[in-house]
Ligand binder design. Structure first.
Ligand SMILES: [Ca+2]
Length: 315
C-alpha cells in the first residue's frame, strides 16, 4: 500500500494534535489543581473562622449560664459570728448575693437562705420561682420544713414556714415581691409589716400597706368588693392535706399549691409553672391577678424580706 504524504501528515498531525490535547489537558489539570488547592485553603480558613466563632459562642453561653444562675452560690463565712438575717450579713460587710447561713433569734437551728444584696441589699429571699424545676404541689410537712434548691443562684425553693416565722418575728419586716413575665417586663409589690405567725396559728399571714407597680393582689386592695374572698391577710396557711381556707372545697388541692388561701385567691405564687397564658380546670398557675389576671403564669417570682428600719452600712 502506498502511504501518502498527506496520510502521514494527517496522522502525524493527529498524533501531534493528541499530544497538544494531552499537554493542554495536563496544564488544565494543573490549573484545576491550583484552583482546588486555593479553594481548600479558603475553606480551611473559613473552617478556622467558624471554629473561632463556635468557641466564642460557647464561651458566651457559659457566661449566660453563669448569669442565669447555673452555679453554686453557697457562701461560707465560717463560724465566727451568727447572723439573724441577710440585713445583718450585709451590714457586716458581705455584699455579694448568695446563700448564707443564718439563725434568727428564736430559731432552734441554723438554715441557709439566699441573700439578695441588690436593691439596697440585705434582702432575705424565702421563695423563688425561675424555671419550674421544683415541684410546689406539696404537703404541709414540706411547706413547714422548706424544700427546693438551696445551692444554685436561681434555684427554686420555699424557705419553710417555720423559718419564715422565726425570721419575720424578730422585728418589723418589709415584704418585697419581684415578678417578671415572658415578655421581659418586671413589676414589684411591697408590703409593710409582714409577719408569719407560729405553728399553733397555722402560720397565719399578716401584712400592712401596699406600694409598688404590680398591683395589690395580696390583700385584695384593688377593689372593695373582692376583699371578702381575696384578702390573704389573716389567712392561715393551707396545703392539700391541711385545709385552712374559707372555701367549701379545698383551695390548696384545687390550685395545687401551698398558700394563705382565702376563697380562693388573687395571688398564687406557689402555683404550677405553666410559662405564660394557660388553660386549666382551676386558676392554678403562678398568678398575680392585678398584673396578668388568673390565666397567665409568671416567668419568675422572688419573695423576700428586710427589716423596715434597715440602713445600708456603707463600708
Ligand atoms: Ca375549705
Amino acid at each position: 500500500k502506498r502511504r501518502l504524504r498527506g496520510d502521514i501528515n494527517i496522522s502525524e498531525g493527529l498524533i501531534l494534535g493528541r499530544e497538544r490535547n494531552y499537554l493542554s489537558l495536563v496544564s488544565s489539570c494543573f490549573q484545576e489543581q491550583l484552583r482546588l488547592k486555593a479553594q481548600v485553603r479558603l475553606l480551611e480558613y473559613r473552617v478556622k473562622q467558624q471554629q473561632v466563632k463556635i468557641v466564642r459562642i460557647l464561651q458566651e453561653k457559659e457566661i449566660q449560664y453563669r448569669d442565669s444562675g447555673d452555679e453554686n452560690s453557697v457562701i461560707d463565712l465560717g463560724e465566727k459570728r451568727q447572723y439573724a438575717d441577710c440585713a445583718e450579713i450585709y451590714n457586716d460587710g458581705h455584699k455579694r448575693s448568695g446563700f448564707y447561713k443564718m439563725k434568727p433569734l428564736q430559731s432552734p437551728s441554723e438554715f441557709l437562705a439566699y441573700c439578695d444584696m441588690s436593691e439596697g441589699g440585705g434582702w432575705t429571699v424565702f421563695q423563688r420561682r425561675s424555671d419550674g424545676s421544683q415541684k410546689f404541689d406539696r404537703v404541709w410537712a414540706d411547706y413547714e420544713q422548706g424544700f427546693g434548691n438551696f445551692v444554685l443562684r436561681n434555684g427554686e425553693y420555699w424557705l419553710g414556714n417555720k423559718n419564715l416565722h422565726y425570721l419575720t418575728n424578730q422585728g418589723n419586716y418589709t415584704l418585697r415581691i419581684d415578678l417578671s413575665d415572658f415578655e421581659g417586663e418586671r413589676r414589684y409589690a411591697q408590703y409593710k409589716s409582714f409577719r408569719v405567725a407560729d405553728e399553733e396559728s397555722s402560720y397565719q399571714l399578716s401584712c400592712g400597706e401596699y406600694s409598688g407597680t404590680a398591683g395589690d393582689s395580696l390583700t385584695g386592695g384593688f377593689h372593695p368588693e373582692v376583699k371578702w374572698w381575696a384578702d390573704h391577710r389573716g389567712m392561715k396557711f393551707s396545703t392539700q392535706d391541711r385545709d385552712n381556707d374559707n372555701y367549701e372545697g379545698n383551695c390548696a388541692e384545687e390550685d395545687t399549691a401551698g398558700w394563705w388561701f382565702n376563697r380562693c385567691h388573687t395571688s398564687n405564687l406557689n402555683g404550677v409553672y405553666y410559662k405564660g397564658p394557660y388553660t386549666a380546670k382551676t386558676d392554678n398557675g403562678i398568678v398575680w391577678y392585678t398584673w396578668h389576671g388568673w390565666w397567665y403564669s409568671l416567668k419568675s417570682v422572688v419573695m423576700k424580706v428586710r427589716p423596715a428600719d434597715f440602713e445600708p452600712n456603707v463600708v
